[in-house]
Design a protein around this ligand. Structure first.
Ligand code: AR6
Length: 177
């Protein structure tokens, strides 16, 4: 008998919080191409996950990703000491470096979700990718993120949770929803 995989639309939640404490299968990291940590949510995730995550990232850089992770793409690792099982690292477009194409940001959300689904995750938490150091207007980030989430059809992911760190980001995502 053939089995048919049913692709369903995941539920979408918008909450305020610190993504490093989320009890979900995968947490998405707004990383940089070097993957070895940085400030913002990337710094918080590396601090919470501990040295195991840095080691996994170093290995990726030494093997599959010697040139770094390109903007708009995503890669999965373990989550070290965090409650999540996985971290999915993606590199948002940097507006200060002239990366203003919304398709690049859309790709970050879509690729991260695709990889989470491939890893059979049921729940995924996203931050407001590119809305901090990379200089995108959080209103625009929210519209792009919600568009990807609403049109998603997944075999495994049943919950997409946007975890916003401040009032402005929270309000922008609530408006976009
Ligand atoms: N939980 C949830 N959201 C957070 C947290 C947290 N613990 N901490 C910050 N945010 P940013 P980017 C929010 O700058 O713009 C790094 O240095 C933050 O308020 O973390 O994609 C990387 O290494 C903002 O709304 O990411 C890269 O070099 C959002 O997360 C560069 O910054 C994204 O802000 C990436 O810049």
């Amino acid at each position: 008998m053939n089995t048919v995989t049913v692709h369903e639309a995941p539920s979408v939640e918008i909450v305020r919080g610190d993504i490093t404490t989320e009890q979900v299968d995968a947490v998405v990291n707004a990383a940089n191409s070097g993957l070895l940590g940085g400030g913002g949510v990337d710094g918080a995730i590396h601090a919470a996950a501990g040295p195991q995550l840095r080691e996994e990232c170093r290995k990726l850089r030494a093997t599959r990703l010697t040139g770094g992770l390109p903007t708009g793409e995503a890669v999965i690792t373990g989550a070290g000491r965090m409650p999540a099982r996985y971290v999915i690292h993606t590199v948002g477009p940097n507006r200060h470096a002239g990366q203003t194409d919304p398709a690049l940001l859309s790709s970050c959300f879509a690729e991260s979700l695709r990889i989470a689904d491939e890893a059979e995750c049921r729940s995924v938490a996203f931050p407001a990718i590119s809305a901090g150091v990379y200089g995108w207007d959080v209103e625009e980030v929210a519209c792009i993120a919600l568009e990807v989430a609403r049109s998603a059809r997944c075999a495994h992911v049943r919950l997409i949770r946007f975890v916003l760190y401040d009032d402005r980001a929270l309000a922008a995502f609530e408006r976009a929803a």
